[in-house]
Design a protein. Structure first.
Length: 366
């Protein structure tokens, strides 16, 4: 009996491992198809509500979906054009920045020699190659950013098509899933669909408000301290802040380094302080007030999702990590056999402490 149970367990574990491995392979090799489709699903879930509103006003479904998509596309195109133009201007000013960086490298070498009493030969052998390699990599980093935004046009084109088709044929898709999983007991397909739409809509709305808040606050702060490229650094920081935890650290480091090269150490210090302060206000006050507990995913699941997403799909995978994990949690919460996975992905469970009062001892009369 024990041998049969152990055999069944090993077979089940092997099947699950094979399915998981094949899923990862498909996600990697079918990236060009699945990546725009994933963005299309997320955007469609966010645009269902305004599309339904227009449909109730008598607008045909195809036209309603097209109007919602065009408005969203205009907003995203404006942000894309602004960031691209600012990056190109930054690339034109790169020779000046390179000269300043070389001056900073020379000052750093002199500081190490005189204050730390290190010989000039040792500094040249160890420090100079590393700094020169970093300077040689800088143009490639800027070129990769420009290439990323150029590739985004390809992704955006197919995302537009996928989103439009999902909005138009959403009833067919919902009926397909209903018929496919109709035999599974304890599963409410319509509840999963409504909860998924609710979570994604609130999540994307919260992110849009967060981007506006962070970008405007950082722009004001950077302009007050006199940082160059203040608006560009603020917008890039706000967009990178969408990637949980890692995005803020990378954005703050980039802002401080660029401010240190283009301004003074005093300005760079203030840029770092402002970045940290805005992040603390955003993560502890603003975002919880806007999103609340709509997306109750714990930090461990978020970090793992971002890391796995970056390994599979790179930067776009990092942006898709949180909504994908949120959808998975909604599905796990509604399927009885997967409730434990929903608990694992969810926030901290509140435990009630029950205090048992001791019965009062009656005093004996003498």
């Amino acid at each position: 009996m024990n041998n049969n149970v152990e055999k069944d367990f090993m077979q089940s574990a092997a099947y699950r491992l094979i399915v998981f491995t094949l899923s990862i392979v498909i996600l990697i090799y079918a990236k060009s198809v699945l990546l725009p489709l994933a963005f299309g699903v997320v955007f469609a879930l966010a645009l269902i509500t305004p599309s339904r509103f227009l449909e109730k006003k008598g607008v045909p479904r195809g036209l309603a979906a097209t109007i919602c998509l065009i408005i969203a596309l205009i907003l995203l195109s404006g942000i894309f054009v602004f960031i691209s133009s600012q990056i190109l201007n930054f690339e034109k000013d790169f020779p000046v920045l390179e000269t300043k960086f070389l001056g900073l490298i020379s000052d750093l070498q002199l500081f190490i020699q005189h204050r730390l009493h290190v010989s000039e030969d040792v500094v040249r052998e160890n420090l100079s190659p590393m700094l020169n390699d970093a300077m040689a990599m800088a143009p490639n980093v800027i070129g990769s950013l420009v290439g990323f935004f150029s590739n985004s046009l390809f992704i955006a084109g197919f995302t537009f098509i996928y989103t439009l088709m999902i909005l138009v044929y959403r009833d067919n898709i919902l009926r397909f899933f209903n018929d496919s999983f109709g035999h599974v007991e304890g599963v409410s397909k319509y509840k999963i669909a409504s909860n998924t739409q609710f979570v994604i809509r609130n999540y994307i709305t919260g992110l849009l408000l967060e981007v506006l808040f962070v970008a405007s606050t950082l722009s004001i702060g950077f302009l007050i301290v006199g940082a160059k490229y203040a608006i560009l650094l603020a917008v890039i920081s706000a967009i990178m802040n969408l990637v949980p935890y890692l995005g803020f650290i990378s954005a703050a480091a980039i802002s401080v380094i660029i401010s240190f090269a283009t301004n003074s150490p005093h300005v760079a210090l203030w840029v770092g302080i402002i970045s940290i302060g805005v992040h603390l206000i955003d993560s502890n006050i603003f975002l919880p007030a806007v999103v609340g507990n709509k997306v109750s995913i714990n930090a461990l699941a978020t970090v793992l999702g971002v890391f796995i997403g970056s390994l599979i799909w790179g930067i776009p995978g990092m942006f898709l990590a949180v909504p994908v994990v949120a959808i998975v949690k909604v599905i796990c919460d509604e399927i009885q056999g997967l409730n434990h996975w929903g608990i694992l992905l969810g926030g901290r469970q509140k435990t009630k402490i029950i205090r048992i009062k001791k019965p009062a001892l009656s005093k004996k009369k003498d």
